[in-house]
Design a protein around this ligand. Structure first.
Ligand SMILES: [Zn+2]
Length: 286
């Protein structure tokens, strides 16, 4: 009896420093490395930003060679990985824990950051300070990479794919939701009303999911091998949910790059029209 009381006291003490959600969770995964693999080693896509015609794949090698040493693309890709390291447990950076408002506002704040950098870059350029202008454009591309990460995660970390496949005759019928646009924000609100949720991450904050929502591990579609990612959708050419999530994430990314180059032509002017990036980077170990 005495022993039991002692055990209970110990337990009470040890849980006092944890939130109730974290008590039952798995061990906290370590912070992933920030190292960015070479563009040659990864599966990346190349898009033509705000172009009349899509990327001409016949020039792939030539374009890729140029992008390998492009510092703006380097910065954008660095940001894709940085989000998993520096913001590993922030729900808003990954559309986790049903933090839809937080994640969408976060994308907005990153676009506002780009705007500030572009204004400063233009001012520097007018003063003839090309180096200062370039430095600001580098920062703008970093913020664009951070925004791309969040936008892509919408498709991998929510049940949007699961909710959408039923009505689609082919995967390209599925609407591309663009959280940085007014229409996208409205659509997400509507979807939340119809049952849109994102995976529960025990270590992530804030947590806005109702009790019983599936875990991130069960919902994530970042890879072909995850529980949900490997599920095949028979009537959509037997494509996996991962493939569908990646297709939507890629389309949304192209739209975001297009919009960014339209809104801030200086980014396209200084970087060039081509942008290369990974789709669905995930190193958080969750
Ligand atoms: Zn993420």
């Amino acid at each position: 009896m005495r022993k039991l009381r002692y055990g209970a006291a110990c337990l009470a003490l040890s849980v006092s420093s944890l939130t109730s959600a974290q008590q039952a969770g798995p061990p906290k995964p370590p912070r992933p490395p920030e190292t960015v693999p070479s563009l040659r080693e990864v599966k990346s896509v190349i898009v033509c930003g705000d172009c009349d015609k899509p990327f001409d794949t016949s020039t792939h090698k030539q374009v890729m060679d140029g992008l390998l040493s492009n510092k703006y693309i380097g910065e954008l890709r660095k940001a894709l990985y940085w989000q998993d390291s520096a913001h590993q447990f922030e729900s808003k950076a990954h559309y986790d824990n049903c933090d839809f408002d937080g994640a969408t506002s976060y994308v907005d704040s990153l676009l506002a950051e780009i705007d500030g950098h572009v204004i400063a870059a233009k001012a520097a350029k007018e003063k003839g300070d090309g180096a200062a202008a370039e430095a600001r454009v580098v920062k703008a591309f970093f913020a664009l990479g951070q925004a791309l990460h969040g936008v892509q995660d919408f498709y991998a970390h929510t049940n949007y794919v699961e909710m959408s496949v039923g009505a689609a005759k082919k995967s390209t019928d599925i609407e591309v939701v663009m959280p940085w646009k007014r229409s996208g924000k409205d659509r997400i609100k509507e979807l939340v009303g119809n049952g849109l949720v994102s995976g529960f991450v025990v270590w992530g904050l804030p947590q806005h999911c109702a009790k019983g929502v599936a875990s991130h591990e069960d919902m994530a579609k970042d890879k072909e091998t995850t529980t949900s990612g490997k599920v095949r959708v028979a009537h959509l050419q037997n494509r996996s949910r991962y493939q569908i999530a990646a297709q939507l994430a890629r389309e949304a990314s192209q739209e975001l790059v297009d919009d960014a180059f339209r809104r801030w032509p200086l980014l396209k002017e200084i970087n060039g029209q081509h942008v290369a990036f990974e789709v669905l980077v995930d190193r958080r170990g969750l």
